[in-house]
Write a protein that binds this ligand. Structure first.
Ligand code: COA
Length: 378
């Protein structure tokens, strides 16, 4: 007899095989292609991790330089994309503008429907190279400034700062950003990744898969949480209020953004590395504002763990770190996309390498079968 139990939210359901990443909540670990994410974040640059996610192995020196050269050759948006972006609604959320711009990239690429392994790899690198510029250009345009073109002279993370601010900050700040890129890159069958696989499974194209994934990531229960964390820290406003704010929020049964995780129940494996990088960045900055947000974060974390035993997820340290780097709060989730494009596209490739249309069943709870009554007799 068929299993009729409904798995709400697909919780606990194993939907396919994957060799890209493994989440091991029982030992609080996450690996990409077998490597611990903490080691990758601290010992490799994001470019190496991107290569690993797509190719299965860390690059040798010559492989990395040709990979980077390929990414750099894809930098630069067409005049058409920039023209369309200039007409975007300045009040739209940057995830909406990013989603639209990525969809536009799909319609201007004449190879969109080439889903051969080489064709997918080309387009993955294209998206990885162009999405940072879309995010940076959108940030500048909505602030009334001209976009800054990418430069081939800078590595990936440095180039992103250059396109946003026209300058590259201190190495510890770039390192904190680069670490966040690695930590956000991939996380098995989360909602947006599963969305990208679902779209790919109908043999649609990779741009459609990524456009859908961006829509999924936007939600506050998923990628949008890093923005919500920063709004919360601003609302708390001072370390003196932090403990009381948290106790009050818990007493009124508020969902505290940046805490909890569907898979990790005793701590998110990515958090200690990100928290350490955030702390180092705060020390290097040395400003009162940086120290204030660090203290608020620390007290909220301590209080939540002591009171509820619910641990912070990656969005909790990443939100304030991005804020202190100078990014506007609505940019946080688009920045997540700058990284996660690697994971999504690797999953699209993996899905298509052994495709089966994703089509679950549902438990119908509506009216039983019945006859239509013609309009004049209703
Ligand atoms: N704040 C307060 N309570 C929380 C909580 C949070 N952030 N996360 C979980 N809980 C509580 C729930 O209220 C629930 O308590 P109950 O059993 O008394 O009702 C219990 O913990 C289990 O939570 P549940 O919502 O069933 O877990 P889930 O697996 O469905 O949800 C999240 C996981 C991530 C959606 C959830 O923790 C959440 O909404 N977190 C905030 C948003 C966030 O940071 N998202 C980023 C994820 S990486």
């Amino acid at each position: 007899m068929a299993d009729t139990e409904v798995k709400y939210g697909l919780a606990g359901v194993i939907a396919d095989d994957t060799s890209i990443s493994k989440v091991m909540p029982e030992i609080n670990s996450l690996t990409y292609r077998g490597y611990k994410v903490q080691d990758l974040a601290t010992q490799c640059r994001f470019e190496e991790v991107a290569y690993l996610i797509w190719n299965g192995e860390l690059p040798k020196k010559d492989e990395l330089s040709s990979f980077n050269a390929r990414e750099k050759s894809e930098r630069g948006l067409s005049a058409d994309v920039l023209a369309v972006m200039k007409r975007f609604n300045k009040n739209a959320h940057p995830m909406d503008t990013l989603r639209t711009a990525v969809s536009f990239l799909g319609q201007e690429d004449n190879t969109t429907d080439d889903s051969s392994p080489a064709g997918l790899y080309d387009k993955a690198i294209r998206l990885y190279a162009k999405i940072p510029e879309i995010v940076a250009a959108d940030f500048r345009l909505r602030n009334g400034k001209d976009p800054i073109a990418p430069t081939k002279d800078l590595p990936f993370s440095e180039n992103f700062f250059h396109m946003c601010f026209g300058e590259v900050p201190k190495p510890e700040i770039v390192k904190c950003f680069d670490i966040s890129m690695t930590l956000y890159a991939e996380h098995s069958f989360n909602a947006s990744t599963f969305t990208s696989r679902t779209i790919a499974s109908s043999l649609s194209d990779i741009y459609s898969a990524v456009t859908g994934a961006i829509g999924s990531l936007k939600g506050p229960l998923h990628g949008g949480a890093n923005e919500a964390v920063m709004h919360m820290l601003k609302e708390v406003s001072s370390p003196d209020n932090a403990r009381e704010w948290m106790l009050d929020a818990l007493a009124t049964k508020k969902k505290i953004m940046g805490f909890g995780h569907r898979v990790y129940r005793s701590g998110d494996s990515r958090v200690p590395t990100m928290t350490e990088a955030y702390k180092k960045m705060v020390e290097v900055m040395g400003t009162e504002e940086a120290k204030k947000y660090w203290e608020i974060s620390r007290i909220l974390d301590e209080t939540m763990v002591a009171e509820k035993g619910i641990y912070p997820n990656l969005d909790f340290p990443a939100g304030p770190a991005y804020y202190l780097m100078g990014f506007e709060i609505p940019m946080f989730t688009p920045i997540f996309v700058v990284s996660r494009i690697t994971g999504w596209t690797a999953h699209v490739m993996e899905q298509l390498a052994n495709n089966k249309l994703i089509r679950p069943l549902s438990n119908y709870t509506g009216k039983p079968q019945r006859e239509v009554v013609p309009l004049d007799r209703r």
